[in-house]
Write a protein that binds this ligand. Structure first.
Ligand code: HSE
Length: 435
């Protein structure tokens, strides 16, 4: 029995989905059952990469949601509103929803999941994280028997492209960004990507699935690559590391009431050259899941683009079609693995009590005693050092780079304050985490 699909948005991803639905040959036989019944667009006149009958198009997205011929709503319009309200309206109408909207799910996931559970419909979002990489389903289902210790990933292709070129060419952040914009790899307003917000949305979603509870999106410490200096990428390489924008979620223990305490964050990170994520270059994404007892499992592939993202959207549609949820109308309940509702409370750790390895670069004058002072201040705060190196500079002063062992954040910060009191130490010019 055919399943009526309503599409909200016909941009890059929407057109990719329509293209798959229009060319079912050679795909799973269920694809033939998916019938595009209505499509909401912003502008009826615009040229599109897919040909659609004019009567399928409307500029009113609510008409798609309430159309009785539409069984399943695919939201690929992006943005917070009206996307959130349309998703809720579709659920209210008893329809399943497939969305690629990480911003909405990261902020309103609890509200949407509660509405979906009350109506017994599914809201699936595989395309929201990692583009074409299947990662949400594996976290919900294939890895469900594990205790997840850590999820770490390169989940923003734009920043990975920029960092890869900075490392390969020694070019500045600003010049590579301008080039990426000209080539269409970076948006005209690149803030969501380069300031880390896009990766924070995605790690919020991964955290909810990996640990069974939601964390507040706005509280996730987030640092992008927009302040990064190419010289730190060069120094890191000389010391055996590559620099990647990493999104990480890891267990930090639990409270006496069972609340899971999580360290979730996004920041530029030094990775040893042989780390599994170190070789992920260009616009590719990868997510490394560390679980007990499975060990390390890595998911790698294209993190964006029409085809890869549409591949993930259609996989969700097929999942829903396969369990006949749509064909038979609102069901009494949801498959708990596919729906993946929250099953415990989670909270973010107090950042000061976390332990991390750090890379820190000091600018100072080149005088005797400076390295001794730096080492002494770290030692006084029980911060153990792995290496301390002075790099040649073109000008007068000295650049001193320190890599610490895993140390408590509060003591590390106190040591930095003490080091900066020395008259010869001018500034901390870069501070990054090291995995
Ligand atoms: N802007 C994202 C990226 C793609 O650069 O990875 C969509 O999630």
């Amino acid at each position: 029995m055919a399943i009526g699909i309503g599409l909200l948005g016909l941009g890059t991803v929407g057109a990719g989905v329509a293209q798959i639905l229009q060319t079912p040959d050679g795909r799973h036989p269920l694809v033939k059952e998916l019938e595009l019944r209505q499509v909401a667009v912003r502008n009826l006149e615009r040229a599109r990469p897919v040909e659609l009958a004019a009567e399928l198009l409307t500029t009113d997205p609510s008409a798609v949601v309430t159309n009785p011929a539409v069984d399943l709503v695919v939201e690929v319009m992006g943005g917070l509103e009206p996307a959130r309200s349309l998703i809720l309206a579709a659920i209210e109408a008893g329809k399943a929803v497939v969305t690629a909207n990480k911003a909405v799910i990261a902020r309103h996931g609890a509200e949407i999941a509660a509405a979906a559970a009350a109506k017994g419909v599914y809201v699936l979002m595989e395309a929201a994280v990692g583009g074409g990489i299947p990662i949400l389903e594996p976290l919900k289902q294939s890895l469900g028997g594990n205790r997840i210790e850590r999820v770490s990933g390169i989940i923003n292709g734009t920043t990975n492209y920029i960092l890869t070129r900075m490392a390969e060419e020694g070019a500045s952040y600003a010049s590579v960004l301008a080039d990426a914009q000209a080539l269409g790899y970076a948006e005209a307003d690149p803030a969501a990507d380069v300031e880390g917000g896009d990766a924070a949305d995605k790690i919020a979603i991964l955290t909810g699935l990996a640990y069974g509870g939601l964390v507040p999106r706005e509280a996730i410490p987030t640092e992008g690559i927009d302040q990064l200096d190419t010289r730190d990428i060069d120094y890191a390489r000389e010391l055996g590391f590559v620099v990647k924008l990493l999104a990480v979620a890891e267990r930090h223990g639990s409270d006496s009431d069972g609340t899971e305490v999580l360290d979730v964050r996004v920041h530029p990170t030094l990775l040893a050259k042989d780390h599994p994520l170190a070789g992920v270059n260009g616009v590719n994404n990868a997510i490394l899941v560390e679980g007990d007892p499975v060990g390390r499992v890595m998911f790698y592939g294209p993190g964006a683009g029409a085809g890869p993202t549409a591949s993930a959207v259609v996989a969700d549609i097929l999942n829903i079609a396969a369990i006949n949820q749509v064909a038979s109308g609102p069901a009494a309940g949801q498959d708990p693995l596919l729906a993946a509702s929250s099953w415990r409370k989670c909270r973010l750790v107090d950042a000061g009590s976390t332990c991390h390895r750090n890379y820190v670069r000091f600018q100072s004058t080149d005088r005797p005693g400076v390295i001794g002072h730096i080492g002494g201040c770290f030692g006084a705060e029980n911060v153990s050092l792995q290496s301390i190196v002075q790099f040649e500079t073109e000008g007068a002063g000295a650049e001193i780079v320190v890599i610490t062992h895993a140390v408590e954040e509060t003591g590390f910060r106190r040591a930095l304050t003490a080091i900066l009191k020395h008259p010869e130490v001018e500034a901390v010019t870069c501070c990054m985490r090291t995995l």
